[in-house]
Design a protein around this ligand. Sequence first.
Ligand code: PTJ
Length: 257
Amino acid sequence: MTEIPRDHPRYESLITREKIVEGVRMGFTSQHGLVAQGRGEAFDYLIGEKTIESAAVAERAAVAHILLAERPVISVNGNTAALVPESLVALADFTGAALEVNLFHRSDARVHKIIELLKSHGAVKVLGGKGDKRLDLSHDRAIVDGEGIFSADVVLVPLEDGDRCQKLAEMGKTVIAIDLNPLSRTSLSATVTIVDNVTRALQNMIHFAKEMKLDSRQSLEEVIKAYDNSEVIADALYAIQERLKQQSEERGVRWIW
Ligand code: PTJ
């Protein structure tokens, strides 16, 4: 990896890029993952490269859903494997969720590399290698494990494709999406939409999971009851508008709205 000096003003962003490039080099991230990361970075700039308040609310609600679930599953693709392998394993540990590798650009080699990567970060069991069930979709994200995503009641899908998110929701599952684009099909069809970078979102969710793990069923249900996903999406759009306004003011650029 290229050495990035700590005092570089874009240190976090450059390290993230390095991780994705390294993932491609190691063969667990697809080349398309580089493009997806670029798209994510653009949206991250628009929300100010920080967890906005409504995203933290969504992260808490997501953790409440996972803690209350009977069969929660965290779906892992090539980008999340490259960016946050430790956090995926830690969140699974703290919440009792299963980890399942599920890829759009699927190959057995990539699936097994990601399974091994997660195990090297402490995961005991990682699903996704069997692929013994299919969702009703025409691409390879349809291939899932019968004991994992197929029978899950709650699925966490970071950086997901819109049609699979819709399909999982149609199957009656609670779908938690992490997607920096608040207007993507994924964001609009999820039960809980976390508009945050996956690198921050998982850290925050681990923090909430530690905090909420011993909460009563009733108090977790109250968190879910008080949650309004359309308000969270509206707030993300408002945050983008305000950020653009503030940036144009700071830079002396005319703002028309
Ligand atoms: O590993 P595979 O084969 O399963 O492929 C994974 C990718 C990510 C390549 C595939 O799912 C894909 O093409 O994704 P998209 O549709 O390009 O990206 C999905 C969404 O994730 C987009 O709305 C991006 O803005 C968003 N996104 C990208 N990077 C991040 C992100 N959201 C949160 N955190 C990020 N770091």
